[in-house]
Design a protein around this ligand. Sequence first.
Ligand code: PRP
Length: 560
Amino acid sequence: MKKYDRITPEGTKDLLFQECEAQRKIIETLRDRFEERGYREVITPGFEFYDVFSSNSMYFPQESMYKLIDNKGRLLAMRPDSTIPIARLTSTKLKGHELPIRLYYAQRIYRQQPELRGKSSEIMQMGIELVGLSSFESDIEILTAGMEALSSCCVDDFRIELGHIGIYKLLMNNLSATPEQKEAIHFLIASKNYAGLSDILEAFPENHTVALLKELPRLFGGREAFEKARQLFNGYDKKLLDILSYLERIFQGLIERNFDKVMIDFGLVHQAEYYSSLIFRGYISSAGEPVLSGGRYDELFKDFGENLPATGFGINVDQLAISLLKGSEAKRLSNRQDGTLTQSNGKIRIALTKGRLEDSIVDLFENMEYDCSNLSKKGRKLLLSIPGKDIEVVLAKAADVITYVEHGVCDIGVVGKDTIMEIGGIFYEVLDLGFGKCKFALAVSKGSDFYSGYSTKRIATKYPKVARAYFESKGMDVEVIKIEGSVELAPLLNLADGIIDIVETGVTLKENGLEVIEEIRDISARLIVNVASMKLKKTEIDELISDIYKRIRGKDKGLR
Ligand code: PRP
C-alpha cells in the first residue's frame, strides 16, 4: 500500500487560490520595479553540479543541501541560493559582456530545515544582482532598489538594516583564536548573546580587540549608533574608522534620497560567507525573520575564474505574500466586534516558561512593580495582560517559548539555557537572568565505572542533542535514548549506563542512588528576543531589557 501519495514532504506545501494570487501580485510588482531599473531576467537550473556550491569556499553547510545523483553517478545539488548560480552564469555565458550587468531572478531555492520547526524547505525568492561596479552609487542603487521593493509590496512597516562584514573580519584577524573559538564567537555575535560572548572572550588577554568584540552586538540602532561606534573604534586600526565613515555615508545618502527607514547594526554578521563588505537585511513587522538579505560580494566571482565586483539581494516572496494575506485578513477581522485577540497590536508580547521558572519570573516582575494579579490568579488562562502596561504575557512550555519567539508571534521569551541548547533556533539571547540556576551533568549509579569495558554506552536523557554533542566532543560513540521525564529511572531499570540531565539540588539523584561523575556546564534562565522585533520595536524592547537588567544586577554580578 502506498503511504505517502496524499501528502507533501515536510517543508513544502501546495498553494491554492488567494495564496497563488498573493504570490503572483508580489512577483509582478517586483518584476515591474526591477525592470524599470534596467534589470533583465535570468533563470538558472533547479539543480546544478554540487561543485558549483562547494567550489573554493564552502558557502553552504553540506547538510543543508538536497542532493541527487545523475545518470553518470555525479553529485548534484538542488539550488540552495541564486547568487552563486548567477555568478557561474555571468562568468561563463556573459563572459566579456559590457559592464555593468544588471540581472534579476524569480525562482525557488531549496534548503533542508530542522524537523518540525515550521520552516519552509522550498522558498520562492526574487532578487537582483549588479555585476561590475564597486562604487558608492552602486551600493546606493541596490539599497534603494531593496527599500523600494519592500515599500511597494508591504502592507507593513519595514526597516532596512546596514552592516559591514569587514568589521568582524578585521577584529577576528587580530584575535589569535582557534577555528572552533572563531565559530563560537561568530555565533555569539550573530545571536547578540552578550553574556556568552563575554565568557568566551575571558580566555583572551584584555586588549582593544577583545573590548570591541564584546561591544559589537550592542552597537545597533539609528544615527546615534555611529557616534557610539566612533568613540569605541577611535585609536584602533584606521580601517575600522574608514568602514564606519563609509557606512555613515551610505546611511546619509539613503536619507537624502528620502529612504529613511534605515538602521545600522555594527554586529551584523551574515551566514553566507561570500559577502565581502557592505551587508544588509530587511524586516517587516508581520514576519519574525528577515525577508530581505543581501550585500556586496566582490570575491565570489574568483571561484569561477573572473574578478568582478558585485552586489545584490534576495527577497523571500513567500513571506511577503503571507504578509499581504494577513493584511487583508486583519482588515476583515477589525470589523469583528467580539474582541478576539489576533495580533499583538503594537504591544510587547512575552512568552514565559511555565513551571520551574514561573515563580522567579513573577518575583522579577513584581520587583519591577508590574501588577502581576492576572499572573497569580490565572486559573487555566494562558494569555494574560499586565494591567497598566502595553505588555501581554503567554505562559508556555519551555520549548514552545522558543518556537513562539523564533516565529515572531511573541517578541520576547524567558527560557532556560538547557532548552536553548537542545532546541536551538534563530533569535537573540540578550540576557542571563541569573535565576533557574542548575547544571548539565553526566550521572551514573553510585560506584559504577562508566568508562570500563568495550560495550557502547547507553545514555538516557531528555536532551538528546546536548548528550550527543557532549560525547561527540569527547570523540566517543554512545547510544542515546530519549526519555520524556524522570530520567533517573533509566539506570535503575538497567535501560541505560548513565544519564545526561539537569541537576539543581542533587536530591533526585541522591534519593535514587545516582551520582554526578562529570559536570558539563552551568544553566540559568535567559531572556531571548525575536530578531525582527528587536529592530522594529527597539525603543520598547530596549527599555524593558534595561529595566530587567537593573533589577537583576546586584543580585548576581557579571550577568550581561
Ligand atoms: C528535573 C531534572 C531532575 C530534577 C533535578 O526534572 O530532570 O529530574 O529536576 O532536580 P534536583 O537536582 O533539585 O533534584 P523536573 O523537575 O523538571 O521534572 P521531570 O523530570 O519530570 O521533567
